[in-house]
Design a protein around this ligand. Structure first.
Ligand code: AMP
Length: 299
């Protein structure tokens, strides 16, 4: 196990997307898929997740290419997790058309001895009960725990989520989710209230307005890379997390990781489904990090 190994648990999905320009279609998705594609080029990513027997080979190929190990990727009889989403005309807000848990309903994540030793653990967006099950298999305090979540879990499984937060070091969430979780309208105040629930640091993702990091040193804001045209925003949050955690795993500061997360997410929104992530290389990322750093208040 190397010092920069990342363990990630998250959804592995077949998504149905409907975009404001009329484009629609089925793609491989899921929080773990986007995370692995964004972090896997820069750090060894060990994946824990489940797919059904209907999961296409094309999806497995992504994992074989980007993950350091897929030993924790279980294939079960049944249907792969499916999510359908329709975006509003602002290309940011979206309506969930359906969420079908499929094999996630009875998923019981089992961590190998190796996986338990990963110094970085990213709990991607997934039912908090599964995030807890992963946390319960780790040695308390030995890994840096980064967690992502979404409105569905804040609304339906709040108590489980609060248990996860007590054991989380860094929480990433969207601006509207921060409001939903706290009832506090102002971003920094909301983030500070979340910090009192457990995480020492909170990253509030603000879509095309960038992201704000709030920790012991105060609040800092990172901008975004100016892309020409959004093709599909799906997965941007997970790619932000991937870029952020990959940078932390290389020993970068939280502020530098914030810029890296923002730059990484910009690749994602340039393609349909995971297509945009194919353009992410060490060189293209470096170029975009420079641009985002210039557009960040702490450059
Ligand atoms: P993002 O756009 O970063 O929020 O992530 C989009 C991905 O989240 C899609 O590929 C979906 O498959 C996945 N997703 C949507 N809803 C859920 C959910 N309830 N649990 C886990 N993953 C989800």
């Amino acid at each position: 196990m190397s010092a920069n190994s990342i363990l990630t648990v998250g959804s592995i999905a077949i998504d149905w997307l409907e975009l404001p320009d009329g484009r629609k279609g089925e793609v491989i998705g899921g929080s773990a898929t986007y995370f692995t594609m964004s972090a896997g080029r820069f750090a060894p990513v060990h994946v824990v997740g489940v797919v059904g027997s209907d999961f296409p080979q094309q999806g497995m190929d992504i994992y074989h290419e980007y993950a350091a190990s897929t030993a924790g990727l279980q294939i079960e009889d049944g249907d792969t997790f499916r999510w359908g989403g329709r975006y509003h005309s602002d290309w940011e807000r979206r309506t969930t058309l359906y969420t079908e848990l499929g094999v996630f309903e009875s998923f019981n994540p089992r961590l190998s001895t190796k996986n338990r030793e990963c110094p970085f653990v990213c709990l991607g967006n997934i039912q908090p009960a599964l995030q807890l099950s992963v946390l319960n298999q780790l040695k308390e305090g030995e890994s840096l725990v980064i967690c992502d979540t979404m409105n569905l879990w804040i609304e339906t499984t709040r108590d489980d989520l609060l248990q996860v937060l007590r054991r989380t070091d860094i929480l990433l969430l969207n601006e509207n989710e921060a409001h939903l979780l706290t009832g506090v309208p102002e971003i920094v105040d909301a983030a500070n209230q979340i910090r009192s629930m457990g995480p020492g640091a909170v990253v509030v993702k603000q879509g095309s307005s960038g992201a704000t990091l709030v920790d012991d040193s105060g609040a800092v804001h990172a901008g975004v890379y100016p892309i020409e045209k959004i093709v599909d925003p799906t997965g941007a949050g997970d790619c932000f997390a991937g870029g952020f955690v990959a940078a932390l795993s290389k020993g970068k500061s939280m502020r530098t990781a914030l810029v890296s997360g923002s730059a990484t997410a910009s690749f994602c929104v340039e393609g349909f489904g995971t297509e945009g992530m194919l353009n992410l290389t060490e060189e293209t990322l470096r170029e975009r990090i420079e641009v985002v750093a210039e557009r960040s208040e702490f450059a």
